[in-house]
Design a protein around this ligand. Structure first.
Ligand code: CP
Length: 312
């Protein structure tokens, strides 16, 4: 099978065509089969080195990139800011250039500064995957969200997707809005007014100041964590008020389609954006998202590292 993908990096959703996204989703669906084998390992990326560079905390993204790379037999270099020479004053570019000198072919970068992966992409020979940059984008999260919706709903066109929470500061919201709209879904966003973008900056999503308008007949509901660490000042009275007016409950989810699925990128603040009673909500697919994260990241590693070659 020849691997064809017309990109060297994955920095954001915008440059991906609908066809590129279908390529990623179909590749991920094929690779899911590998993860279910008794010995989930293939030699596809033997000899390649993937560097996971995390300058911000992560559980799902970091571990799933590691699992994805190891399943494809790549070597993995894991870097966390804490305990590194950053603490002795080394800067981002020097850090990355040193990891490149250690043999990295591809860099997975999470960084608190929006645009950091774009900057690094201009200075390294290998590809760069944005694993979340400031409040700009988290494109691999959007792609795994698409895969999860595809599996649950069979397609995207005309689907009502409601994204609830801190839209303004969420890189997941930005990538999800762009990705779901590109695939033909209708996106509605809702949350406290101070956490919503103005309509003209909502990337084509419909802004709803009333939660009910966003939830009504939605087929997909994505709850987001309040990004307190990115606010700088108090933007709403407190978590108690947030939960009261914008927290999702069994009651307000009754407004959605009876077949609606509930998603969350994690980490979840139970009792804030999701009521504790939703832990056993039958149509929540939050761990499916995590599982799909491995397959989507395997697909991206394969497409970016093997494009132009024949995959075994
Ligand atoms: N969804 C997500 O990015 O989770 P982590 O911060 O744990 O990677």
């Amino acid at each position: 099978m020849a691997v064809e993908f017309p990109h060297r990096h994955l920095l954001e959703i915008r440059p991906l065509s609908e066809e590129d996204i279908w390529t990623i989703l179909k590749t991920a669906r094929n690779l899911k089969e590998v993860l279910k084998r008794p010995i989930p390992k293939v030699p596809t990326l033997r000899g390649k080195v993937v560097a996971n560079l995390f300058f911000e905390p992560s559980t799902r993204t970091r571990l799933s990139f590691e699992r994805a790379a190891k399943t494809l037999s790549a070597e993995v270099l894991n870097f966390s800011a804490r305990g590194s020479s950053l603490e002795k004053g080394e800067n981002l570019l020097d850090t990355v250039k040193n990891v490149e000198a250690l043999g990295a072919d591809l860099f997975v970068l999470r960084h608190p500064a929006s645009g950091a992966p774009h900057f690094i992409a201009r200075h390294v020979k290998g590809g760069v995957i944005n694993a979340g940059d400031g409040f700009h984008e988290h494109p691999t999260q959007a792609l795994l969200d698409l895969l999860t919706v595809l599996e649950a709903k069979g397609g995207f066109r005309g689907l009502k997707v409601a994204i609830i929470g801190d839209i303004r500061h969420s890189r997941v919201a930005h990538s999800d809005i762009l990705a779901f709209r590109k695939m033909g879904a209708e996106v509605f966003v809702s949350g406290p007014g101070t956490l919503l973008p103005p309509e003209r900056e909502a990337l084509g999503a419909r802004v709803c100041y009333r939660l009910e308008s966003a939830l009504e007949s939605a087929e997909v509901v994505i709850a987001l964590r309040v990004q307190k660490e990115r606010h700088g000042r108090a933007l709403f009275p407190g978590f108690h008020e947030y939960a009261r007016y914008f927290g999702l409950t069994r009651k307000n989810l009754e407004l959605t389609s009876p077949t609606a699925i509930l998603m969350h990128p994690g980490p979840i603040n139970w009792g804030v954006e999701l009521a504790g009673e939703l832990m056993d909500f039958p149509r929540q697919v939050i761990l499916d998202q995590v599982e799909n994260g491995v397959a989507v990241r395997m697909a991206l590693l394969l497409l970016l590292l093997k494009s132009g070659e024949t995959a075994p």
